[in-house]
Design a protein around this ligand. Structure first.
Ligand code: NAD
Ligand code: UDP
Length: 347
């Protein structure tokens, strides 16, 4: 059985024998919660390790009915001792608003968190995948971004705790691979959006949708000509699971994203159109070091994973708007994005 489904399994016994115990660090966040759900659907056991700093218990609550799903509240900055066959690391605040709130902590999560999970993988002799980011390319001088591009990052700016933290994590992954022969995978994820984003997440897609649905001004930073390439979460997760089950020789890094490049002003207009909102667009200052353009070169993902995204931005936004509409109408509000470390143990 592959990690994303029982393609070749014939009998219940065969399925059981190929069932894997997957540790998903950051499993209560946007991407992690969808990964947990897909792994459970495919028959695996899932150990979601999260400190609920930016993720939400509501994202994983429906999964708790499944006896193959367990939640462990833990901060990956601290070492952990758990048993598993595969580790996927998504644990890190991903929105500029959240990762800049406590930059020293963000750097620790990226570096110490990666180190603790790598040490666990080394002790257990299991493969480990790292959710890296297009931010390792910084404000890129090469466009679109290929994996061979070394990037253009300000090492002392306000985004550095995240960008340089992720770059250092990539270094650690490759050093564990070279030094100990460990099977590692590095996914460079480009802007991913979709249901399970928190309304207070602060990233552009959730901000614009929440503002449009509430009739509040759409906050456009800068003149709106900067670009991003947005990938719907189901597409990102499909690619991540393919990478996770790829042969040990494939370490990456490998870009995962959508190659359709969009200006932020176009995104604002699209959200207004899809929501039917009459919110005004207000222009606010561009944050320091905000990258001007970003688009993945997906050649490697296509050739190595046989994958390409297939949810167009309009369709993905429509699904995300539907999710926020339900959420904001009070039927399923998540717990507030946790900023304290005193959350409870179970979801
Ligand atoms: P998210 O904030 O929704 O999820 C992150 C999860 O990690 C949350 O559940 C949070 O509570 C948890 N977490 C944070 N610090 C932790 C810690 N110290 N210990 C345990 N758990 C911790 O973000 P996301 O968008 O789902 O991103 C997931 C991963 O993918 C992150 O590592 C992020 O850097 C990476 N990534 C995401 C994107 C994107 O556009 N969504 C792009 C590039 C990379
Ligand atoms: N942005 C914006 N309004 C917002 C939030 C973000 O115009 O309310 C812009 C931001 O300046 C950046 C782009 O949208 O140019 C994407 O920002 P996001 O925080 O989503 O992700 P990142 O910068 O990490 O790609």
């Amino acid at each position: 059985m592959g990690i994303d489904g029982a393609r070749n399994a014939r009998t219940a016994g065969e399925t059981k024998s190929r069932q894997r115990r997957v540790l998903v660090a950051g499993g209560a966040g946007l991407i992690g919660s969808h990964v947990c759900a897909r792994l459970l659907d495919a028959g695996h056991r899932v150990l979601c390790v999260d400190n609920f700093r930016t993720g939400s218990r509501a994202n994983v609550r429906p999964l708790l009915a499944n006896r193959r799903f367990t939640v462990v509240e833990h901060d990956v900055v601290e070492p952990l001792q758990l048993e598993c066959d595969l580790i996927l690391n998504f644990a890190c605040p991903a929105s500029p608003r959240h990762y800049q709130l406590d930059p020293v902590y963000t750097a620790k999560v990226n570096v110490l968190g990666a180190l603790n999970l790598l040490e666990l993988a080394h002790r257990l002799r299991v493969p480990i995948l790292q959710a890296s980011t297009s931010e390792v390319y910084g404000d890129p001088a090469v466009h679109p971004q290929t994996e061979s591009y070394w990037g253009h990052v300000n090492p002392i700016g306000p985004r550095a705790c995240y960008d340089e933290g992720k770059r250092c994590a990539e270094t650690l992954f490759m050093d564990f691979h070279r030094q100990y022969g460990m099977p590692v995978k590095i996914a460079r994820i480009f802007n991913t959006y979709g249901p399970h984003m928190h309304p207070d997440d602060g990233r552009v897609v959730s901000n614009f949708i929440v503002q449009a649905l509430g009739g509040d001004p759409i906050t456009l930073y800068g003149d709106g000509t900067q670009t991003r390439s947005f990938c719907y979460v189901d597409d990102t997760v499909a690619a991540l699971l393919r990478l996770a089950e790829s042969p040990p020789s494939l370490t990456g890094p490998i870009n995962i994203g959508n190659a359709t490049e969009t200006r932020m002003i176009e995104l604002a207009r699209l959200v207004l159109d899809l929501t039917g909102s009459s919110s005004p667009i207000v222009f606010e200052p561009l944050p320091v070091d905000d990258p001007v353009q970003r688009r993945p070169d997906l050649s490697r993902a296509r050739s190595e994973l046989g994958w390409q995204p297939d949810v167009p931005l309009r369709a993905g936004l429509a699904r995300t708007i539907e999710y926020f509409d339900r959420l904001l109408n009070g039927t399923a509000l998540p717990a507030p994005a946790a900023r304290s470390r005193s959350a409870r143990t179970s979801a």
